[in-house]
Each structure stands twice: as structure tokens, then as C-alpha cells.
Write a protein that binds this ligand. Structure first.
Ligand code: CAO
Length: 550
């Protein structure tokens, strides 16, 4: 067991980079090369990898800190006998020196000093890629004639794990770009020529700046790793590590990712138009513009701006005296559910009238007997019974759509909800196993549920598990209405006030008691044919209640 300090490795010349993510916690066991923290400079983000497998003993940096090469970021306990934390591993390094990095081409081609104010042409070279070789050019961000500032991104390259901008070594004008998207480049390759105005000597290219001294190693070596045997395989390209900060699936350069983070944009929401589905800065700007436009218009959804517009705020007092009252809890809940169901469920409503002349005769003939049993026999128990029979006969309505969008749930029970108008708002108690209950039992239960609803005595379970809902406004009035499906149910029956209508029986018009019915259904689950059959069956049963016995 040995305690090792973990230090920030060679950052390719970058200094005082931000710690943007702490990927481990004290006590975590990590494998060699696991990301410990993520740092980000102006041009790229990179992981600081674990130099060994082991257990994190301490972390001495937090998000937002700034670190430079060699800074201690924590301690790790390794199962390899080694140096103590007190003696920084790199100082004891005796690893064989790796092959020296080739001097950046820019160093070779740097223009001779020119008198102040004179124009000079200089090659633009790929700076130290931290050991990565033959990386892809994935974006050219400038063209000949463009004015650039020192550090501006000229091209974006991408290695196995991440991408990075190649910055302009100086302020000036691009004369030519010698690479194109899809080319491969390595450290020191000339990618173009730029014209600079010297201020007493042309600025040295970026590669030369980042490595003023001859590079000691070809690739950055994590500081602590230097105390170990050098790895057989080449060091990983830590300059070009993946960017964890937004989304690993999204292709975007570090500058774009940084901007996205600053603007709070989730990159995978942005439509990429760059090569290989890469999100460019223009894409990000276009996305922001679109969002601002949407927010200003209040429109959401699809439809080219004709989506659901935000409700305008209206001061009603400008039209006359008003009083603003808080909505009841039930009212708010109902409002939210109605809006949810109305917006989510593609509704279709089908209408028919049931001739309940015989049903009414029978009901009235049974009224006295019902009262003896202590129940009030209104049309509602008949409706409950008829709906239960229809749900059994046409089970396409006794379903719910599964949340996964791939399954349908078929129910082998028949529980029916009954909308009850209460002073506090609409409540829908559920009568269970309606198909197994008699008319008196249903009448008794419906009355008890309606009373409990109006007295605020319903329990949550009393309002759960319905397969279908009946909303009867018959006692109140109206010739028809389109009820809203009470999702996850897929159907609801709206019942209006019965009225005597002249009905042609083939020979003459006869006065018949007609009950207007409206069947709304979720067209995702139920087709028009199923609805037609359901309604026809229902009307048939209500017209001849003897069929309930069949
Ligand atoms: N046409 C004509 N008369 C009807 C009728 C109809 N469709 N339905 C019921 N009636 C009659 C009843 O027969 C009763 O008359 P009698 O007293 O002469 O027998 C009278 O209207 C009152 O009935 P009721 O309201 O006491 O009982 P009910 O069984 O008809 O209804 C309930 C119970 C709970 C459904 C009802 O009280 C209720 O709250 N309905 C409102 C539902 C609602 O708000 N739906 C809208 C939801 S969406 O906003």
C-alpha cells in the first residue's frame, strides 16, 4: 500500500484552468485512467485521470478552483509500494525519458523579427496535441481574408476522445488555409498562412508559446505516474479527453460546449448542421434565437408558431368590479386533469338517443318497491348497468394505454366512475364490479357515493380504478355535451336530459322518451367502429332492459 499525491499533468501550456467537475469522492475506488476531475481552459476541456488504480484518500480542489500543471489535487492509496505523499512522485521520477517531441514546425518557420509596424507572413502550425497523432480536422472556422484575433479558433480537430480548437497564434489576416475538413493533422503540421503586423517582432506561434523550452516528453505524463515504470503503451491523449460536461453523444468543439454551458443550453437539443452532425456555434445561436422567439410569442409545440399560445394576462377590473378568490384544491386538481386530458387525448365524440320509454315505465313501476328497500331508483343505476354490459360486450372500451406507448392494458373487471357535482367541485367516485351488482345495490351505492362526495368524505381509493365514467347531467338539463375522457380510461358517456320526441315507427309518429347520449373516446385506443358498436349496444340495452338479463 502506498500513498501518492495526485497532480495536474501537463496541460499543454495552458495555465490556471478551471476545475469544472469533480468526478470522484473521497473513499471512491478508481481504476487507472479513470477521470478524477475535469478541467477546462479557453480552448479545451480535459479529464485529469487517475495515475493508478486505488482509493481516493483526499481531494484538495473544488469546482470553480483554478489549477495549473503540477498542482496537487488530492491523494490516492495504491496497492503498489511506492513513494509517500510527502515526497512528490515526479521529483523521484527515474522513468526513461520518452522521445522528445518534434519541435513544432512554427518554431522552424517562425518569421524573422520584423521592424515594428511591418507586415509579415507566418505559417500557422498545429500546436502540441499532447501526444495525439493524426487527428481529424472536423471544422474549419475561418477562411482566407478573415481577420482574426490572437487565440481565435481557426480549425477544430478531434482525436479519439475529444476535440480541441487550434487557436490563431497571433492577431492578423488569414492568407490561406491549407487543410480541409476530413484531413488528418499532427503536431507541427502547417495548416495555413497568416499575415501579421509586427510590433517589434512577430508574435511566436501558439505552439512555440506553449512550449518555450524544448518539450521534455512527447506526451503529458500525469505527475504521479512518473514514479512508476513507464507504461508500455503510449500515454493517452489527455489534452483531447472527452467532455463530460454536456453530453458525450453530442459532437461539438470545446468552445461551443463552453458557450452552451454559459448559456445553459443542453447541447443535444440543438440541431447540428456541421460535418459529422457536429453542433457549430451558428447552430447554438440559431437555437437560442428560436427559443427567445418562442418565449416572446408564448408559443410552444409544433405548428409553425401556431401552437398553444400563452394566455394573456388580463386585468378584469378595467371592465367592471371584480373579486378574486382562491380556487379550491379540488377545483385546481380538476382543472389540471382536464387540461392534461384535453391536450393529451385525441377525442372523438359520438352521439345517439336511446329510446327509454319502456325503461322509464319499468323504473316508475319499481319506484315504490325501491323505496321500500330504502333506495331511490333514478335512471343512473340503469345507465351503470347498461354501461357495464356494454363494456363486457365490447371490451375494446375496457382498456388503458400503457405508459410505454407500446402496450394496451385489457381489464377483466368492470368498475365505473360516476361524476358528481359537489359544492367544492367535480368528484368522480368509482362503483366497483358494476357488472356483478343488481339495480337496487347500484342505486344504493350510487346514492351513498354521491352523498359521501358532497360531504367531502370520499377516500382516495373510492376515486381510483375506474374503467369508464358516466357523467349524467340529466337532472340538470341540456340536450347534449361533449365530455372529456378521464384518462387513463378511454371512454366517457355524457347523459343529457331525456325529452319526449316524436319517433316514426314505420307507420306513424309516436311520442317516445328519448335520452341523449354522447360517447367521447380516446381515438388512440378506440376506433370509430368499436365506438359505433359500443354505442349501438348501449342504446339497444337501454331501449330494452330485458336484454340486460341475456
Ligand atoms: N333526464 C331526465 N331526468 C333525469 C335524468 C335524465 N337523464 N337523470 C336523472 N333524472 C332525474 C331523476 O330521475 C330524478 O328525478 P326524480 O326525483 O323525479 O326521480 C332527478 O333527475 C334528480 O336525480 P338525482 O340527481 O337525485 O340523481 P341521479 O341518480 O339522476 O344523479 C348524480 C346522481 C350524482 C349523477 C347527480 O346528482 C350529479 O351530480 N350529476 C352531475 C354530474 C356532473 O356534474 N357531470 C358533469 C361532469 S363534467 O363537468
Amino acid at each position: 500500500m502506498a500513498k501518492q499525491v495526485i497532480k495536474v499533468p501537463d496541460l499543454g501550456g495552458a495555465d490556471q484552468v478551471d476545475v469544472i467537475e469533480i468526478s470522484v469522492a473521497v473513499g471512491d475506488t478508481v481504476a487507472e485512467e479513470d477521470a478524477l476531475i475535469v478541467v477546462e481552459g479557453d480552448k479545451a476541456s480535459m479529464d485529469v485521470p487517475a495515475p493508478f488504480a486505488g482509493k481516493i484518500l483526499s481531494l484538495s480542489v473544488s469546482e470553480g478552483d483554478k489549477v495549473s500543471e503540477g498542482d496537487v489535487i488530492g491523494e490516492i492509496e495504491t496497492d503498489v509500494a511506492g513513494d509517500s505523499a510527502e515526497e512528490p512522485a515526479e521529483e523521484k521520477a527515474e522513468a526513461p525519458a520518452q522521445e522528445a517531441a518534434p519541435a513544432p514546425a512554427a518554431e522552424k518557420s517562425a518569421p524573422a523579427s520584423a521592424p515594428a509596424g511591418e507586415e509579415a507572413e507566418q505559417d500557422i502550425v498545429v500546436p502540441d496535441l499532447g501526444g495525439a497523432d493524426a487527428v481529424d480536422v472536423i471544422e474549419i472556422t475561418v477562411s482566407a481574408g478573415d481577420e482574426v484575433g490572437e487565440g481565435d479558433s481557426l480549425i477544430v480537430v478531434e482525436g479519439d476522445k475529444a476535440s480541441m480548437d487550434v487557436p490563431s497564434p497571433a492577431a492578423g489576416t488569414i492568407v490561406s488555409i491549407a487543410v480541409k475538413e476530413g484531413d488528418k493533422v499532427s503536431t507541427g503540421d502547417v495548416i495555413g498562412v497568416m499575415k501579421t503586423v509586427s510590433g517589434g517582432g512577430a508574435p511566436a506561434p501558439a505552439a512555440a508559446e506553449s512550449k518555450p523550452e524544448p518539450a521534455p516528453t512527447a506526451a503529458p505524463v500525469p505527475a504521479a505516474a512518473a514514479s512508476q515504470e513507464p507504461p508500455a503503451a503510449p500515454q493517452k491523449d489527455h489534452h483531447l479527453e472527452r467532455d463530460h460536461t454536456v453530453s458525450a453523444e453530442v459532437y461539438a468543439g470545446p468552445a461551443v460546449r463552453k458557450l452552451a454551458r454559459e448559456l445553459g443550453v443542453t447541447l443535444n437539443k440543438v440541431k447540428p448542421t456541421g460535418p459529422r452532425n457536429r453542433v457549430t456555434k451558428d447552430d447554438l445561436h440559431a437555437y437560442i434565437k428560436e427559443q427567445v422567439k418562442k418565449a416572446e410569442s408564448g408559443a410552444v409545440g409544433v405548428g409553425g408558431g401556431l401552437g398553444i399560445a400563452k394566455m394573456p394576462e388580463i386585468d378584469f377590473s378595467q371592465f367592471g368590479p371584480v373579486k378574486t378568490e382562491p380556487m379550491s384544491k379540488i377545483h385546481k386538481l380538476t382543472a389540471a386533469n382536464m387540461a392534461r386530458n384535453w391536450l393529451n387525448v385525441p377525442h372523438v365524440t359520438q352521439f345517439d338517443d336511446a329510446d327509454i320509454t319502456e325503461l322509464e315505465e319499468f323504473r316508475k313501476s319499481m319506484k315504490a318497491d325501491a323505496e321500500k328497500h330504502g333506495v331511490k331508483l333514478t335512471p343512473v343505476p340503469f345507465l351503470l348497468k347498461a354501461v357495464a354490459a356494454a363494456l363486457r360486450a365490447e371490451p375494446s372500451f375496457n382498456v388503458s394505454l400503457h405508459n410505454d406507448g407500446e402496450h394496451i392494458v385489457r381489464k377483466d373487471y368492470v368498475h365505473v366512475g360516476m361524476a358528481v357535482d359537489t359544492p367544492k367541485g367535480l368528484m368522480v367516485p368509482v362503483i366497483r364490479d358494476v357488472d356483478k351488482k343488481g339495480l337496487y345495490e347500484l342505486a344504493e351505492e350510487a346514492t351513498a357515493m354521491a352523498i359521501a362526495a358532497r360531504d367531502g368524505k370520499l377516500k382516495p381509493r373510492d376515486m381510483q380504478g375506474a374503467c369508464f365514467t358516466i357523467s349524467s347531467l340529466g337532472a340538470i338539463g341540456g340536450t347534449g355535451f361533449t365530455p372529456i375522457v378521464n384518462s387513463p380510461e378511454v371512454g366517457i358517456l355524457g347523459v343529457s336530459k331525456l325529452s319526449v320526441q316524436p319517433v316514426w315507427n314505420g307507420k306513424e309518429f309516436m311520442p317516445r322518451q328519448m335520452l341523449p347520449l354522447a360517447l367521447s373516446y380516446d381515438h388512440r385506443a378506440v376506433n370509430g367502429g368499436d365506438a359505433g358498436r359500443f354505442m349501438t349496444y348501449l342504446v339497444g340495452v337501454l331501449s330494452d332492459v330485458r336484454r340486460l338479463l341475456l
